[in-house]
Write a protein that binds this ligand. Structure first.
Ligand code: SF4
Length: 259
């Protein structure tokens, strides 16, 4: 049940299950979560019902300065990260200066930590914006969420804002022409009296068909690892994840499994 928020703009480095030694960048406020989804499994908790205080996002200049300082420190200690990851307290692409921040990050990475990849963990709700789409094409790991091929499942699991359309999201994802990694979290349980399970045969077969349209360079599958705001959710076992991975591999996808 307890969840947490990142209290800094730059956090870590942490050993990420999926990415290696990761230096995190949080473009959202440090005191509240801001997201266009409200996933029932989100480690940052549910979205506030009402924002008591104004959500203050860090400026582009502030992010650049903090990242420079941290990379200089890590370089001096000879402990540079494998990856610089945009994640944090919500959806990073909601930041109005996202594209410029990506340009600054590429410049600092090239200067101070040239071997590090740049990753963005996103829910794909802003990829219709040209500047966001173009920025995501400049980085190495453009990781976009697709938890199901059924809109009703996404509505139950991810609680997207009212503008969400699965069909439009998939159309946008195909425009990356393969320069995208799809991330899918598998979970079981119940929520508000409804069964939650995106691992059924029907879910997996239909999701694989959608992935064939999107043609991602990789598919990352995982399950909950820490506390979730809803306590009626269960982890999916590593055997179940491996069985899903096998189906993906048989369909020709490169897969990463994190149990
Ligand atoms: S998209 Fe990510 S940050 Fe947003 S609610 Fe879902 S898990 Fe949390």
């Amino acid at each position: 049940m307890p969840t947490f928020l990142f209290d800094k703009i730059i956090f870590g480095p942490v050993k990420s299950r999926r990415l290696g030694v990761s230096l995190g960048i949080n473009l959202l406020p440090t005191n509240i979560k801001v997201c266009s989804f409200d996933c029932i499994y989100c480690e940052c908790g549910r979205n506030p019902k009402k924002y008591e205080e104004k959500a203050v996002l860090p400026s582009r200049a502030e992010v650049q300065q903090k990242l420079r300082e941290k990379l200089e420190e890590m370089k001096a200690d000879n402990l540079l990260p494998d990856v610089i990851t945009f994640a944090g307290n919500g959806e990073p692409t909601l930041h109005s200066e996202f594209a410029g921040i990506i340009d600054d990050t590429i410049e600092l990475r090239d200067l101070l930590s040239p071997k590090a990849r740049i990753a963005v963990l996103s829910n794909a709700t802003m990829i219709h914006k040209k500047e966001v789409f173009r920025a995501l094409l400049k980085i190495e790991d453009n990781i976009q969420k697709l938890d199901s091929a059924f809109e009703e499942t996404i509505k139950l699991l991810d609680c997207p804002n009212k503008n969400f359309s699965l069909q439009k999201t998939v159309e946008q994802l195909t425009l990356f022409q393969g320069k995208v990694i799809i991330q899918t979290l598998f979970v079981k349980g119940s929520y508000k009296g409804e069964t939650v399970d995106n691992t059924t045969d029907k879910e997996i077969s239909t999701w694989i068909e959608l992935l064939k349209k999107i043609k991602p360079s990789q598919v990352m599958i995982y399950t909950i690892a820490r506390d979730t705001p809803i306590d009626t959710l269960e982890k999916v076992t590593i055997d179940e994840l491996n069985a899903i991975a096998k189906r993906l591999e048989d369909a020709g996808f490169r897969v990463q499994v994190s149990g």
